[in-house]
Design a protein around this ligand. Structure first.
Ligand SMILES: O=C(O)CCC(=O)C(=O)O
Ligand SMILES: [Fe+2]
Length: 318
């Protein structure tokens, strides 16, 4: 146990079969238990999801490259009043990493605004590719959340829950380390603070996920078309800590550039994340006071928030 060579693989769950996608079918219920099991144990799983076919995946990586090839001064136009939603790059200690954020990427007018900021003359094919990817993948996010909600008996809260979240698409590039054999940090170890994250990477590996016992699993997809679903602290807080929100990081080796896309479901400002009574009992006493995600993020981005082992516990732990 514990060594990287013998480390377990993440569970592989198949969201491609139509029977599985019919809410209430026996296949749906089987998958729902597997989702719950995977998220309790690892906080993440590998997913196959054919609703984004291979030509759409090629298109999204084409659009991603096109975006990163823009001059730096153009990419810097991607700004946002929300911290860390805009362009990020040239960060000291994180030189390989560069990313841009598209808020409300499932809403076509928002993607159009983003596109026109970077291409004032317009770029309809980029716009369409990004929007249809986000829109299609948001369905997988909703399936996963519906399954989790059902498995905890929270069906009656789901409409409000979905209405209180939106989607950020973050497009990421990790340059390769200069020296071969030189492992380099692509992204620091962190937990996601949002609800659910769904990642797609090009063929270049690098993502590692920490298990409860502290060992690191390298994400080695069973298929190059797989997604990885990771849950964030906001979902775990809503569920009164009943799942596990894993630390993960990106370690780069070799001489190929890694591209990845993360679709993040995020609580809207003003939505109080409060564990419903169904998930609180004697065995599971309340872990967090109700909190507003946007206010928590402001704390997280302070010195005290960054230094805390768990920023969420420091902010609103009981
Ligand atoms: O690029 C990846 O695979 C991981 C990205 C990630 O963890 C994040 O953006 O939160
Ligand atoms: Fe992450």
């Amino acid at each position: 146990m514990g060594s990287e060579s013998s480390s377990p693989k993440l569970l592989f769950l198949d969201f491609s079969k139509p029977e599985v996608m019919t809410q209430g079918s026996p296949e749906w219920e089987t998958l729902r238990s597997q989702v719950r099991e995977a998220l309790q144990e690892y906080g993440c799983f590998e997913a196959s999801y054919d609703d984004i076919p291979s030509h759409a995946r090629s298109a999204i990586f084409g659009a991603t490259k096109e975006l990163f090839e823009l001059p730096l001064e153009t990419k810097l136009r991607n700004v946002s009043e929300k911290p860390f939603y805009g362009y990020i790059g040239q960060v000291p200690g994180l030189q390989l990493y560069e990313s841009l954020g598209i808020d409300d990427a499932d809403v076509s007018e928002k993607v159009e605004t983003f596109t026109n900021t970077l291409w004032p003359q317009g770029n309809p094919s980029f716009c369409k590719t990004i929007h249809s990817y986000a829109e299609q993948l948001s369905k997988l996010d909703k399936i996963v959340r519906t399954m989790i909600g059902e498995s905890f008996g929270l069906d009656k809260y789901m409409d409000e829950h979905f209405d209180s979240t939106n989607y950020l698409l973050r497009v990421m590039k990790y340059n390769c380390p200069n020296n071969l054999d030189n492992i380099a940090l692509g992204m620091n170890s962190h937990t996601d603070k949002n609800i659910v994250t769904i990642l797609l990477q090009n063929q270049v590996e690098g993502l590692e996920v920490q298990t409860k016992d502290g060992s690191w699993i390298k994400f080695q997809p069973s298929s190059p078309t797989s997604f990885i679903v990771i849950i964030g602290e906001a979902l775990n807080a809503w569920l009164n800590g009943r799942l596990y929100s894993p630390y993960h990081r990106v370690m780069m080796t070799g001489n190929e550039v890694r591209y990845s896309l993360g679709l993040f479901s995020v609580p809207k400002a003003g939505y109080m994340i409060k564990a419903p009574e169904e998930v609180v009992d004697k065995q599971h006493p309340l872990v967090f006071k109700p909190y507003d995600h946007a206010e928590f993020l402001s704390f997280y981005h302070t010195e005290a928030g960054r230094r805390a082992t768990s920023a969420l516990h420091a902010y609103c732990g009981i």
